[in-house]
Design a binder for this molecule. Structure first.
Ligand code: RP5
Length: 170
């Protein structure tokens, strides 16, 4: 088994229902990743250890998801110079996701977190692959194939609505 190049972390096991989509995307592209629970508030020392050892363990990108007062992605970004992708999670303690979105998105100058949409963990997986694909041709080719798939799906949908007579309405 190859060494993980992406680290997927989340504040709680309750985030798994969302965060598994990032893992599934990476699995589909055969990109080795690790996945674990790291809580900024409940295990602050574990968070420091995780981020400060990330690069030497071979990680190239970190995907961090959290809900509510979602400090995990930003704090991880403050502790490593690896790119960090944040996934705001609409958790049971969240105010419809807004608290998670704002606390991950509104980072201070100098400490960016690439924030995807609410619960959009698949996009976090795609973005992580794209970061790796910038210097890895094999991954870039798989992403190109993925995009061809997206295009075909839309073209199929367009054909099907047009066939139902919606193409040109006078
Ligand atoms: C956050 O609080 C976690 O990331 C999770 O989204 C939320 C709720 O956690 P649990 O109470 O379900 O463990 O820190």
């Amino acid at each position: 088994m190859s060494k993980p190049v992406v680290g997927i972390i989340m504040g709680s096991t309750s985030d798994m229902k969302v965060m598994k989509e990032a893992a599934n995307f990476l699995k589909g592209l055969k990109i080795p990743f690790e996945l674990t629970i790291v809580s900024a508030h409940r295990t602050p020392r574990r968070m420091v250890d995780y981020s400060s050892s990330a690069r030497e363990r071979g990680l190239k990108v970190i995907i961090a998801g959290a809900g509510g007062a979602a400090h995990l992605p930003g704090m991880i970004a403050s502790l490593t110079s690896l790119p960090v992708i944040g996934v705001p999670v609409n958790s049971s303690n969240s105010l419809a996701g807004w608290d998670s979105i704002l606390s991950i998105l509104q980072m201070p100058s100098g400490v960016p977190v690439a924030t995807v949409a609410l619960d959009a963990a698949q996009n976090a997986g795609i973005l992580a692959a794209q970061i790796l694909g910038a210097t890895d041709r094999a991954i870039a080719r798989k992403l190109d194939a993925f995009k061809v798939g997206l295009k075909k799906k839309v073209e199929g949908a367009a054909k099907s609505v047009e066939k139902k007579g919606w193409k040109a309405i006078d």
